[in-house]
Ligand binder design. Structure first.
Ligand code: HEM
Length: 537
């Protein structure tokens, strides 16, 4: 899936990053038709430079390259052409280079957490790929592998020097409205104040979890052409019938299937990762910039787009018919982003009209912003953010979940299952003590996650959960639209006595009577939903 997608990449960013830093062998293997054209295009054409988003683009600070593994005494020395010969074909070993080191990844390929795409660097340098998949520069795990895999060094002067920066055209972000964890790939959360200030979260404040640079399709020009570019955006629906893969324009999809607006939270599976570590011990987040995640990888918005429950049966009647007969069966919907990211979600979930799954083009009435997937993204209410693939350019059905790293290695629970549905949740966003009345005002949000059930009550405790009092839920501000369920959040507030109060906690109960537990089970650091607890100073 990934490799077929890679051939369809249109971003000159990606091509440039891969081509200019990888060997000719690699480039010829991966992008046979586009290599020369792309290089010429790079030289001849500056980046598109209209106003609005594009003039606001700024380079993000580059990361220092990972040091690589130390040279071993008397280690062999190789030329780049010798490395290129060992590209894993015809039973030859697979070698790669990084800085001056030569590495044998023949056995490592099979256990690489990023999956088989490591093969794209066979016989060549990994540096350019790691500029795109910059997690290699953050992860504590990569250095140890490099030590193990090192087999020699390059002759002096043959190291690769990256000439292109895939992160040089990121959208500008206002650091005053987001808390930034990583610049490459950009990753941030929304501060409590912004979450607490309105029923709908603004696009500029909404958390961002990118895994690679923002791709070229989102480098959008002037405000005047944003809407028309959305209409002209194309999505490839792979192997629809008789093996054909039609590419359909958004405007065609809209006129055929209509558009709807639904309200839903969007939440990263790693939200509350810091509390998870505090309450249940270390996780994969420990030691990474993401261990600082608090409660803000979350937001609530009105999303407009086309229902997948209309599109999929029309394009994939056979599979959808079977899925309906057998309660969903084995099929998965695979979403491919223009950044190389992929995710999949069971067809049964996406096909059920009650689940409000759409291909979204607008957030709160405006075209999506570059960081939130312009011109189109998957929006699967109640499903972890990681599956709501941004910069959508491909949709397909598969009998197995997609074998991308974000499905196979990341975003899985302790049982090795792909995380899909978000849990019931309530979060305290503000506490204020009034010293005159000796009252504590508490406010926050609650939502039911994957079930889409209404929130029946939110309760507050100031004695560690021995006694509870009900909060006031602001049901009146829920926006009316075409939503079939309650995937949006409710905001709530409460006034409790501040007398001897050192900590306040909250829990939510949904319309089926399900209530949050004090501490939720360990899920490899994901989807923590224990009571939200805040110290009162
Ligand atoms: C010597 C070569 C390589 C080593 C030792 C290596 C090692 C790793 C490790 C340890 C991780 C998991 C990091 C963590 O979870 O903390 C990872 C993830 C990943 N790797 Fe590699 N890798 C190599 C080459 C490549 C290449 C050439 C590519 C792309 C063509 C690639 C693509 C990825 C991707 C996409 C991920 C998922 C994380 C992300 O979103 O960036 N890797 N790799």
């Amino acid at each position: 899936m990934f490799s077929s997608f890679t051939k369809r990449l249109t971003s000159s960013h990606f091509r440039a990053a891969l081509i200019l830093t990888a060997s000719t062998t690699l480039a010829a293997l991966t992008f046979p038709d586009t290599l020369k054209a792309s290089q010429q295009q790079q030289q001849q054409q500056p980046h598109p430079s209209p106003i609005s988003y594009s003039t606001l683009r700024t380079p993000t600070p580059s990361l220092p390259p990972r040091p690589g593994a130390k040279p071993k005494p008397n280690e062999p020395v190789y030329t780049r052409s010798q490395v290129a010969l060992n590209d894993g074909t015809d039973n030859k070993p697979t070698w790669v280079t990084y800085l001056a080191g030569v590495y044998d990844i023949s056995s490592f390929k099979a256990i690489h957490p990023g999956g088989h795409i490591i093969g794209q660097a066979a016989g060549a340098d990994v540096g350019g790929f790691w500029e795109v998949w910059a997690h290699h520069h953050h992860s504590g795990k990569v250095g140890g592998y490099l030590e193990e895999l090192r087999i020699g060094r390059l002759v002096e002067g043959e190291e690769e020097h990256s000439t292109d920066d895939p992160y040089d055209s990121e959208p500008i972000r206002d650091p005053s409205v987001q808390t930034i964890f990583m610049e490459r790939p950009y990753c941030s959360e929304t501060p409590n104040k912004a979450l607490n200030s309105a029923y709908l979260t603004s696009p500029s404040a909404l958390y961002v979890r990118n895994h690679a640079p923002v791709p070229e399709c989102a480098w959008e020009p002037e405000d005047s052409t944003r809407e028309s570019n959305v209409q002209n955006h194309e999505v490839c629906f792979e192997r629809v019938q008789n093996g054909t893969s039609p590419t359909l324009k958004v405007s065609d999809l809209q006129s055929r299937f209509g558009t709807v607006t639904v309200t839903s939270i969007l939440q990263c599976a790693g939200n509350r990762a810091g509390e998870d570590i505090k309450n249940t011990g270390d996780s994969g987040f420990t030691g990474t910039p993401l261990e600082r995640i608090t409660v803000g990888m979350l937001g609530n918005a009105q999303w407009s787009g086309i229902r997948l429950s209309s599109i999929l049966p029309a394009l994939y009647p056979e599979q959808c018919g079977k899925a309906k007969e057998h309660g969903g069966g084995e099929w998965h919907v695979v979403f491919e982003g223009a950044d190389g990211y992929e995710g999949s979600t069971p067809l049964a979930r996406v096909l059920d009209p009650r689940n409000d799954c759409i291909l979204a083009t607008h957030m709160n009435g405006e075209p999506l912003s570059p960081d939130h997937g312009y011109p189109m993204r998957a929006l699967l209410p109640g499903i972890a953010g990681a599956r709501n693939v941004k910069w959508l350019q491909g949709v397909s059905l598969s009998k197995v979940p997609v074998d991308a790293p974000w499905n196979e290695y990341y975003y899985k629970n302790s049982f090795g299952e792909q995380i899909q549905q978000l849990p019931l949740q309530s979060i305290i966003l503000n506490t204020t003590t009034n010293s005159q009345t000796n009252k504590l005002s508490v406010s926050g949000v609650a939502y039911s996650g994957g079930s889409g059930n209404a929130i029946a009550r939110v309760e507050i405790s100031t004695d560690g959960g021995k006694t509870w009092s009900s909060a006031n839920i602001k049901n009146e501000e829920i926006k009316k639209d075409q939503s079939n369920k309650s995937f949006g959040w409710v905001r709530w507030s409460a006034n409790v006595s501040a007398e001897n109060t050192t900590e306040v906690c909250c829990r939510a109960t949904d319309s089926e009577g399900k209530t949050q537990c004090e501490i939720s089970p360990k899920q490899r650091g994901y989807i923590y939903n224990g009571w939200s607890k805040v110290e009162v100073i």
